[in-house]
Design a protein around this ligand. Sequence first.
Ligand code: GDP
Ligand code: MG
Length: 710
Amino acid sequence: MAPSNSATNRIVVAGNPNAGKTSVFNLLTGLNLKVGNYPGVTVDRHSGSLILCDETVDIEDLPGTYSLSARSAEEEIAMRALAGHPPYKQPDLVLLVIDGTQLARNLYLVLQVLELGIPCVCSLNMIDQVEKAGQNIDIEALSTALGVPVVPTAARTGQGLDQLKSAISSAIKERPVPPVPPALPSSDSSMGESLKRIGAGIPFEWHHGDLRRQAALARWALLSIDPTDELTDLPDSLRATVTQERNALQEAGEDPDLLLIGPRYAWIDEHVRDFLSDNPDTTPKESGSERLDRILLHPLLGLPLFLIVMAALFQSLFAWADPMIGSIEGLFGHFARFVQSHMSESFLREFITEGLIAGVGAVVAFLPQILLLFLFLGILESSGYMARVAWLMDRLMRSMGLTGRAFVPMLSGYACAIPAIMATRTMERRRDRLKTMMVVPLMTCSARLPVYTLIIATLFPTESWFGFSTASFLMVGMYLFGTAIALLAAAVLSKTVLQGPAVPLVLELPSYRRPEPMRILHEAWLKGRAFLSEAGTIILVSTIILWLTLSFPQRNAQVDESPAEAHAIQLEASYAGQIGRAIEPTLTPLGFDWRIGVGLIGAFAAREVFVSTLGIVHGVGDSVDEESSLLRDRLRAAQRPDGTPLYTPLVGLSLLVFFALACQCLSTLAVVRRETASWRWPTFLLAYMTVLSWVASAVVYQGGLLLGFS
Ligand code: GDP
Ligand code: MG
């Protein structure tokens, strides 16, 4: 008999990051997982089902955390899911995954979870590594001390799977509530009184009258709720009570953090020696990781190796993705032409070929870069090198208000902001992640290159100094400019919108491990699929709207017009043309006229569209690229109504600055919307980049005029 849905038992997998939760989860479920989102935040939610001998249970892989104090979105989710705060369902069993090679550190979370009083099974994972390191863990003693079953496992090889399943099976049947763990503050202190008052303010649906749960949540609240926490959905009254009690305790000279955290660590320090001993048969030798680190983190050798790895990452995004993007675009082009030749001319045909197929093509064209970046990230992350990269770059990035973990996303931003923004997920803190997302679009992405090339080649002199052309100077200058502004923006954001206490990087370097190719491929594919289904829809819809704006209202071509002329007149009469004219007054201070305005509207789909839109406006047709000499000649010949040239080097400089700073990328906004699960951050991004680009271009143009350029 299939169990009905409501009666299905629910298991959550909790543990420190890198303890092997996902590996244990995959082992138990056989990789048949579902990926969704947690409500309101965009931490991926992995769930699946576990088949035991006589029933099937739901199992969920929680984000990794070192404790339950809710500093990051991950910790908040883990806490809410464990405690069954609405909207999460109360778990029937917690499977705690412990990294046996880091026993002491992992036990902190274990103690905190046990306080909640949920039935619990521990998987003492990485047991193979423990043995290799010449250590011995007394499973009996550990299990007795904690009061819950402990099963040694090596998730990578599958060792201990059957024992783990049977421990889960019997725990689900018997639901033994674990004994109250040691290391609690005494109840008849002033701290105990404070905790009682806080406990009274904990919402009923968080504990359902369970006094032990209520007391545990009071301790959690006192530790976690402070002015810099990132908790959402917290009752205001609870926040007020905790603040009041915290202040009162501090005035009385008591440090609540010390009183709550201290005893847990003291207990661990005192007891860990009872469980853990060196195996007398093997002499502990320097581990492989330590040997590797002596090379990879070597003061002299480390840096070149780091540069080689980063160059390979960069190269793959730039050079290897390009041919794939080309073939995707070619494929969609073929498809559009196929439809074109099999349908009679109509609005529907244009909509299908130029709106729909082109729009889907634009979305799919992001896939090569996303997949390549996530394959790379997967290898870096699972081999353990990523933690070293973060560590190596942390000091430099921190001086700009970013974390070392922001380095790889920023570097990827030189190729494309879309995968770079998705890559910010490896950051632990929401604030760091937001900050990086807000500045990555300022990095010089490859879509800016055709625009830069066109403007520089058309409007600037071709002489060279010391063997370098003006063009190459300008190009390098644009890269440096974008990077400098991105770092500056990060520093400013850290002091204003996204200020908060600096949190030191957890300097725990995981041991090196051989990456698992199948798992990395699988996870990269999940990322790509999530992009297609969520950001992809927003990109598609907005591309179609933009296409309609550029092509409507339609007019009938006159007999004596060439197709290119007809196209130009059509664009001028379109909504985009009308908007271009309407916003012309705001563009005049930058040196732009309505024709450039239409180009800027077109560039919203993607910056490189600027080139083809200018092609249409200037009557050269839309199948031009930045190398077209016809387009260059037309641009140089274009005039303002008073007969002066429209495009001067000064206008060119103003345009370059505008393209460097403006957020002309609907896809970026769509992906920020998905990653932050709110409209607030994409709106902020668009607003600040628009203001920044307008002001900077106006300063360049007006300053140039004052200096006597024209
Ligand atoms: P999570 O962050 O807790 O989900 O940890 P993962 O499941 O991603 O595991 C982190 C790394 O540890 C991966 O490279 C795994 O292959 C590896 N790993 C997991 N379990 C074991 C184990 O029992 N033994 C060994 N040697 N490696 C493991
Ligand atoms: Mg995991």
